[in-house]
Design a protein around this ligand. Structure first.
Ligand SMILES: [Zn+2]
Length: 124
C-alpha cells in the first residue's frame, strides 16, 4: 500500500467495499496506537479520543496538511495538532507536518516564507 500514488489510492478506495475495509483497518490501528491514552488525550486536547478519531476519519485517514497516508515518524503514530494558545484541535497530521508547524511557531507567514525560500534557492 505504501507504494500507491494518491490517485491510485483514491480509485482503489472507490471500488466495492474497499473504503469501508480501509476505514475499519485505520480505526483499529488508531485505537491500538492510542490504547491507555484516553485521559491524557482529553486533558491535553479538550476532546475525546473518539472525537479525534471521527475527525481523522472525516479527513480520510490522511494528514490534514500534506495528504500523506503514512505518519512518517519513528513511532509510526499520527499527531493531534492543536493551537497552543486556545488549545483547540486543528486536525490530525503526519509527524513531519506536525513537527514543521511546531518549529515554525504555528506561523503561516513563516511557513509561506520558507516555501518561497526553497523555490527561490532551488539548486537541483
Ligand atoms: Zn503531513
Amino acid at each position: 500500500m505504501s507504494s500507491m500514488s494518491a490517485e491510485y489510492h483514491r480509485d482503489y478506495l472507490d471500488q466495492g467495499d474497499n473504503r469501508e475495509r480501509h476505514n475499519a483497518r485505520c480505526r483499529a490501528a488508531y485505537a491500538k496506537d492510542n490504547a491507555g491514552k484516553a485521559a491524557t488525550h482529553k486533558k491535553r486536547y479538550g476532546e475525546t479520543l473518539s472525537d479525534t478519531l471521527a475527525r481523522f476519519e472525516a479527513q480520510g485517514f490522511v494528514c490534514a496538511s500534506c495528504g500523506s497516508g503514512h505518519p512518517g515518524n519513528k513511532t509510526n503514530q499520527w499527531a493531534t495538532d492543536h493551537c497552543h494558545k486556545t488549545k483547540k484541535v486543528r486536525g490530525v497530521l503526519c509527524g513531519p507536518c506536525n513537527w514543521a508547524i511546531g518549529h515554525a511557531g504555528d506561523s503561516p507567514r513563516r511557513l509561506r516564507l520558507m516555501a518561497l525560500y526553497l523555490e527561490r534557492t532551488d539548486v537541483r
